[in-house]
Design a protein around this ligand. Structure first.
Ligand SMILES: Cc1ncc(COP(=O)(O)O)c(C=O)c1O
Length: 453
């Protein structure tokens, strides 16, 4: 039998190295559990990256795939096929949308939604074709969607970016208004940010976007690739915020494990015509049979209601933990920050400062709390909360106190420390940055952690 080590060896020999994988080789899944090749059992909290919303190998979905695989697997979109139309019907009958187009992934669904918006702009807004998106968002990895994704980390290595996208700060309606021009045809957002850190919009933000789009005849696109299919305790995320988009995208949980995505629109913006868009596999009978079984099972058994109950249970338990541990920081509230300060002083720091980076970081759309302690009169020890982007909030303090060394602390991983160092030196080249996991002497003292780093 091939061992896990041998599979890893094969991966490094044959697979383009774009993933830093967990060490196990996952072989089998059932419900919330998976097993590796060594027979070890795990409770799976990754769920295929927010995909297996009904659990692994759900019998209803598996049966639909098995039956379809023995009947017909692919014909193309030159013909009508039953599973495709059944899934389209299930989606329309269970959402505020009127029409559907199937793709193979979330990113493709978003690309399709943008094409639809551009056609709408051409027909109904004097040729407008620009899309506004927000910082810290995530819309996928094609060249188009990295321009839409408001995170420089995904963009910088792939310049020049596709034209026609403007990224503005998250939750800032004024920024949206300022960025809107007569070239704007759509605003695209996640109903809450997933990959960017589970950022929930404050009351009124999505409604504000809806009003602005209505006033200006701009389409509102919700990327529900992650928030849809029950994840927020309703079939679609928009239901939780009581705001309907004009266009919506889905993928991930839509097929409970098979690669399928969709973009959907209201009749008012159903502008695509034959020849405008297409896909060899999009809407394929095998994947839509799985999608159809998934959506119908989810609706008939009120799986979103179950997710809501579980969410409330988890929240109540987290609240209990928080009440028992008031020193755990949850956002910028004074009491918990004081506790952080005390801990820093208790650990031997000569002075401790809490710097709230929110204002400086608003541009990056991030919410952070950041603490710093000054040791041995000369260097800063930042906490594990500090990430590269927080560097810009630290620099004015460092400058004001005439300090020459920025110290990462022994938290974070090697990669994190490289980014931290690069970010600091880009902003201030003369600053000496000490990143311990990059220091051979420090690493020698902790060989095991260094291997993990
Ligand atoms: C909100 C959102 N949009 C789009 C995507 C891209 O989906 P895919 O990886 O299926 O292309 C993701 C993936 O994480 C996502 O979370």
């Amino acid at each position: 039998m091939t061992s896990a080590a041998e599979w890893k060896e094969k991966e490094s020999q044959y697979y383009i190295h774009t993933f830093n994988r967990q060490p196990m080789v996952i072989e089998r899944g059932e419900g919330v559990r998976v097993w590796d090749t060594e027979g070890k059992e795990y409770l799976d909290f990754t769920a295929g990256l927010a995909v297996n919303n009904l659990g692994h190998c759900h019998p209803a979905v598996t049966e639909a795939i098995q039956q379809q695989a023995a009947t017909l697997m692919q014909t193309s979109n030159l013909f009508y096929t039953i599973p495709q139309l059944e899934l389209a019907e299930a989606l329309v009958e269970n959402s505020c949308m009127d029409k559907v187009f199937f793709s193979n992934s979330g990113v493709e669904a978003n690309e399709g939604a943008v094409k639809l918006a551009r056609k709408y702009g051409r027909l109904h807004r004097n040729g407008a074709q620009d899309i506004i998106t927000v910082l810290n968002s995530f819309h996928g990895r094609t060249l188009g969607m990295i321009a839409a994704t408001g995170q420089p980390a995904y963009q910088q290595a792939w310049l020049p970016l596709a034209e026609g996208y403007t990224n503005v700060p998250y939750e800032d309606l004024d920024a949206i208004r300022e960025a809107t021009t007569d070239q704007t045809c759509a605003i695209m957002v996640e109903v809450l940010q997933g990959e960017g850190g589970v950022n929930v919009p404050t009351e009124g933000y999505l409604k504000g976007l809806r009003e602005w789009c209505d006033e200006n005849n701009i389409l509102l696109i919700f990327d529900e690739v992650q928030t849809g299919m029950g994840r927020l305790g309703s079939l679609w995320g928009y239901e939780r915020f009581d705001v309907e988009p004009d266009v919506m995208t889905s993928a991930k949980g839509l097929g409970n494990g098979v690669p399928i995505g969709a973009f959907m629109c209201k009749d008012s913006c159903d502008v695509l015509e034959p020849g405008d868009h297409g896909s060899t596999f999009g809407g394929n009978v095998l994947t839509t049979a799985a999608g159809n079984a998934t959506v119908r099972y989810m609706v008939e058994n009120d799986i979103p209601g179950h997710a809501r109950k579980m969410g409330e249970y988890l929240e109540s338990k987290l609240e209990e933990m928080r009440a028992a541990r008031p020193d755990v920081v949850k956002g910028p509230d004074e009491e918990s920050l004081d506790a952080v300060k005390e801990r820093m002083l208790g650990s031997g720091a000569e002075s401790a400062q809490i710097v709230q980076g929110q204002d400086a970081l608003a541009e990056a759309g991030l919410k952070v709390v950041q603490s710093q302690a000054r040791y041995e009169g000369g260097y800063w020890n930042t906490t594990g909360i500090a990430r590269p982007i927080t560097v810009s909030a630290m620099l004015p303090e460092i400058e004001a106190q005439d300090i020459g060394v920025l110290f990462h602390g022994a938290t974070g991983r090697g990669n994190d420390q490289v980014r931290f160092q690069l970010a600091a030196n880009t902003l201030q080249p003369s600053l000496h940055v000490y990143a311990p996991w990059r220091d051979p002497e420090f690493v020698q003292q902790f060989p095991r952690q260094a291997a993990d780093a």
